[in-house]
Ligand binder design. Structure first.
Ligand SMILES: C/C(=C\Cc1cc(O)c2ccccc2c1O)CCC[C@H](C)CCC[C@H](C)CCCC(C)C
Ligand SMILES: C[S@@+](CC[C@H](N)C(=O)[O-])C[C@H]1O[C@@H](n2cnc3c(N)ncnc32)[C@H](O)[C@@H]1O
Length: 241
């Protein structure tokens, strides 16, 4: 366990975040599936579609974790396309690569261990991009958006899925109740209390949809729209270079 108290510090540093995602990697997929009642797959499919990825394209999945969205992109781009999954947690990337191998899809992927805030790609490399539950975890969100824009081709779109602070008070209370009373106690059974207690405060300090749109515009995206989904507890920022 890291010495950093993840749920009370204002913003954990990048090393604490990386260590957190390496620690939870063995149970990450199982917990996402059970805690979201399978709904995270629906939300990720929306992000994949809204990125406008098409057969034959070269796509980026930033903060790819164990590869859910990268695999959806790979299905969409097909045998003639290519997907690059980027994450800085090696344990997550190893699971993503294993899942691709199980499908016989190794040739469709590159898995790159890198910081989303300093991407090792030349400008205008990608036709489309996705990021699920990554932006909120970046220590420098404007820098992450600037990097995302830089590596997209002109006219290409990024779809960024994440938690969102709902506008309706009843949904705010439900979201915080669910995170505090269901998610954290479930994680406790795996010895991961602090890791999952970090989600709630991270959602509260994450910029609201309209603020995300402003940040995307400031990063140089020519168009940006934020769509609250699932009653506003999640959102997808769709930004075009
Ligand atoms: C996709 C999910 C989580 C991703 C995720 C993101 C993070 O930033 C983490 C940070 C630290 C540890 C883990 C994660 C992490 O797993 C799963 C989403 C589950 C959520 C708790 C959302 C659940 C929504 C419910 C289905 C509906 C809630 C109803 C409520 C009464 C409003
Ligand atoms: C909540 S997980 C999401 C994983 C996957 N996209 C999904 O939806 O299941 C967030 C991921 O972002 C990665 N991450 C956070 N900050 C990062 C950074 N600065 N650079 C690269 N990856 C980062 C973490 O390692 C983690 O795998």
């Amino acid at each position: 366990m890291s010495s950093t108290n993840l749920s009370t510090v204002s913003q954990p540093d990048a090393e604490a975040i990386r260590a957190l995602f390496n620690r939870i990697a063995p149970v990450y997929d199982t917990l996402n599936q059970s805690l979201s009642l399978g709904l995270h797959r629906v939300w990720k499919q929306m992000a994949q579609r809204w990125s406008n990825a098409q057969p034959g394209m070269t796509c980026l999945d930033l903060c790819c974790g164990s590869g859910d969205l990268a695999l959806l992109l790979a299905r969409q781009v097909g045998e003639t396309g290519h997907v690059v999954g980027v994450d800085f947690a090696a344990a997550q990337l190893a699971i993503a690569a294993q899942r691709a191998a199980e499908r016989g899809w190794q040739a469709r992927f590159d898995w790159v261990e890198a910081d989303a805030q300093a991407l090792p790609f030349v400008d205008a490399s990608f036709d489309a991009a996705t990021m699920a539950y990554g932006l909120r975890n970046l220590t420098d969100i404007p820098q992450g958006l600037a990097q995302l824009r830089r590596v997209l081709k002109p006219g290409a779109t990024a779809a960024v899925l994440d938690f969102h602070w709902p506008s309706q008070p009843v949904m705010q209370q439900l979201q915080q109740w669910y995170l505090g009373r269901i998610v954290v106690p479930t994680a406790e059974r795996y010895g991961l209390t602090a890791e999952y207690a970090y989600i709630g405060p991270s959602v509260e300090r994450f910029p609201l949809g309209p603020e995300q749109v402003c940040l995307a515009q400031q990063a140089g995206f020519s168009q940006a729209v934020h769509y609250p989904i699932a009653g506003g507890i999640m959102g997808i920022l769709v930004a075009t270079r």
